[in-house]
Design a protein around this ligand. Structure first.
Ligand SMILES: Cc1cc2nc3c(=O)[nH]c(=O)nc-3n(C[C@H](O)[C@H](O)[C@H](O)COP(=O)(O)OP(=O)(O)OC[C@H]3O[C@@H](n4cnc5c(N)ncnc54)[C@H](O)[C@@H]3O)c2cc1C
Ligand SMILES: *[C@@H]1O[C@H](CO)[C@@H](O)[C@H](O)[C@H]1NC(C)=O
Ligand SMILES: *[C@@H]1O[C@H](CO)[C@@H](O)[C@H](O)[C@H]1NC(C)=O
Length: 533
């Protein structure tokens, strides 16, 4: 008898399915065509004043590359970063398991991959230690299982995930076709790093020119089907990946983001936290940094090409107690506008899009998940459980389904120091779910009665507006909102991840410097005309 469950065993533990995010190593980006001498301003100028609102991936990168490009063209610059939180990194941040600074764990953006060029290059440049993304325990459990709320429909016990999947006969050629399609799509996307595409003015036009619209205008099912990739591979594995990466079923995520979710080679993370990249970028940019400072208002200054930025600095005596205003030549809004609480009468507000509420639950326990909970006959539940919806559901089904959560996995084992000096081996878990995942649900998953002692030694919960619901679309919010006002988050409806948000910040930086250079060039030309008159 054939069971629906495939079991494929390959020695050695390697790649993982659920990493997001790509890009390729290549040569340094440039402003203007390759090989051209940088244009250098001939006369001393007043420093260009730039405000960056938000110190996440996008804002930190904008400041960092702005400083680089300005230096290259000898343009004096004065950057100020405003950040509402008391830390750099935004949605890329860590918390400490057991409140022990030696046990940081990613609460938001966790993984990047080999082809994430900005991230990889910055990590090297700043000499930040890269940890291979090793997931799981050393207990010898299966590496990955896909749970549909009734049974584990696939389990994979190690080996390169791709090689392993190809051995599952009922997937036929779909895995290979997926791999090729990912390669092709990523290849088109990577052109966004190089002239003549970079820096781009219009994301919509660029998506069209790079032939990415067939991917963005179709949902995952449609896009895959048109490339001859079919169930059960799509429903069991690709959907498991879009659910862990974007909390979305294939009917509600576009084809490009589906490809991103399947682009998994060379997953890695920065030891101590990916935010360290953005922290270094901010330092290197030499920008002035206001932490715990919320921008409240941006208005055009009458009769000048400048903008007045109002901010409130929180102090220990109470929130929002100190307000101040500064004037800038350029303003970069590096956060989703709809959550920024910034008001403006002069800026046309960017498009509001639906973001996904994602509950992240981190916890530590000496117990493993219960095989009984997952209807499994095995002694051990796989270290990583992804989920899908059972067979027979409508392809437009949007919700999480009977599994109730998007993913749960063991991140690593921990040595918990007990009061008596004894160490206890525990597991560090992460759950993604659409609703709060309660202590009771954690106990239930481990098959423990509610009052079991010492079963839950640490936990931390966070509700994120994690990323947009990546519904199919053909047009995207453009980066320039007004003369001198820029927006990075339009990129998120295209691809939302640390790398692409960094690229979005870099693109804005390049556009700004290009604008300065060409304005100056035309002034010089005008000056020469005047002289010759
Ligand atoms: C749970 C989770 C898991 C993820 N996993 C991955 C992953 O594995 N790999 C990956 O690449 N990506 C992942 N992502 C996505 C990635 O984290 C984000 O795409 C990226 O960090 C967004 O960067 P950003 O700079 O655009 O926005 P944000 O990080 O949100 O930065 C915006 C900043 O602006 C600040 N701000 C907002 N309003 C104001 C104001 N009025 N004044 C001053 N400051 C303000 C905010 O405090 C914030 O710090 C994940 C996200 C989440 C939530
Ligand atoms: C940048 O501008 C601020 C005023 O907003 C000023 O205090 C600071 O000295 C300037 N920095 C440089 C390097 O010019
Ligand atoms: C933003 O405004 C909304 C209501 O308008 C409020 O609920 C929320 O707390 C505000 N957020 C911040 C960070 O000020």
């Amino acid at each position: 008898m054939f069971s629906r469950t495939s079991r494929v065993v390959v020695a050695s533990v390697a790649g993982l399915l659920c990493t997001t995010y790509f890009l390729i190593p290549g040569h340094a980006s440039i402003v203007g065509p390759a090989g051209q001498q940088p244009f250098v301003l001939s006369e001393p100028q007043a420093a260009k004043r730039v405000a960056v609102i938000g110190a996440g991936a996008a804002g930190s990168s904008a400041a960092y590359y702005l400083n680089q490009y300005a230096k290259k063209h000898d343009i004096p610059i004065n950057i100020t970063i405003y950040e509402r939180n008391n830390y750099i990194g935004g949605r890329t941040t860590t918390v400490d398991a057991y409140d022990d600074p030696e046990e940081p764990v990613e609460l938001g953006g966790s993984i990047f991959v080999e082809v994430n060029r900005n991230m990889v290059e910055a990590a090297k440049l700043f000499e930040l230690p890269i940890a291979g993304y090793d997931t799981g325990s050393t207990d010898g459990a299966d590496q990955l299982g896909v749970w549909d709320g009734k049974e584990l429909v696939v389990t994979i016990s190690g080996g390169g995930i791709w090689q392993t999947i190809k051995l599952i006969w009922r997937y036929g050629l779909s895995p290979m076709r997926t791999q090729n399609l990912v390669k092709k799509t990523v290849g088109n996307f990577l052109k966004m790093y190089e002239a003549p595409v970079f820096p781009w003015k219009s994301l919509s036009t660029t998506a069209y020119e790079l032939e990415l619209l067939p991917a963005t205008t179709n949902n995952g099912f449609q896009f895959l089907k048109s490339n001859n990739i079919n169930p059960p591979f799509t429903t069991e594995l690709i959907q498991a990946s879009t659910r862990v990466n974007y909390a979305s079923n294939l009917g509600h995520i576009h084809g490009l983001e589906t490809m991103v979710a399947m682009s998994t080679d060379g997953a890695m993370a920065i030891t101590g936290g990916n935010w360290r990249i953005f922290d270094k970028m901010v330092q290197t940019s030499k920008a002035g940094l206001h932490l715990e400072t919320r921008v409240t208002k941006i208005e055009r200054v009458a009769n000048k090409h400048t903008w007045a930025v109002n901010a409130l600095k929180s102090t220990s005596d109470g929130p929002d107690s100190q307000s101040f205003e500064d004037e800038y030549d350029e303003v970069i809004i590096a956060t989703p506008w709809q959550f920024s609480n910034i008001t403006s009468e002069s800026i046309p507000a960017p498009e509001e899009i639906r973001y996904i509420n994602l509950h992240v639950t981190l916890f530590a326990s000496p117990y493993r998940l219960s095989p009984k909970y997952f209807n499994s006959d095995d002694d051990l539940v796989p270290d990583m459980i992804l989920t899908t919806i059972p067979e027979g559901y409508d392809p437009h089904y949007r919700a999480v389904g009977p599994a109730k959560f998007w993913s749960v996995n063991i991140l690593r084992t921990l040595e918990r120091k007990l009061a008596n000096g004894v160490k206890r081996r525990e597991y560090l878990y992460k759950v993604f779910s659409p609703q709060l995942w309660t202590d009771e649900q954690i106990y239930e998953m481990m098959g423990l009665p509610k009052d079991t002692k010492n079963a839950l030694s640490w936990s931390h919960r966070k509700l994120w507006q994690a990323y947009p619901a990546e519904e199919p679309r053909s047009a995207f919010q453009e980066a320039q909102l007004d003369f001198g006002v820029w927006y990075t988050a339009g990129m998120e409806a295209f691809i939302s991840c640390m790398e692409t948000m960094s690229l979005s910040g870099k693109n804005v930086a390049a556009n700004i410097v290009e604008g300065w250079v060409s304005a100056h060039r035309s002034e010089e030309v005008k000056g020469q005309h005047d002289k010759s008159l």
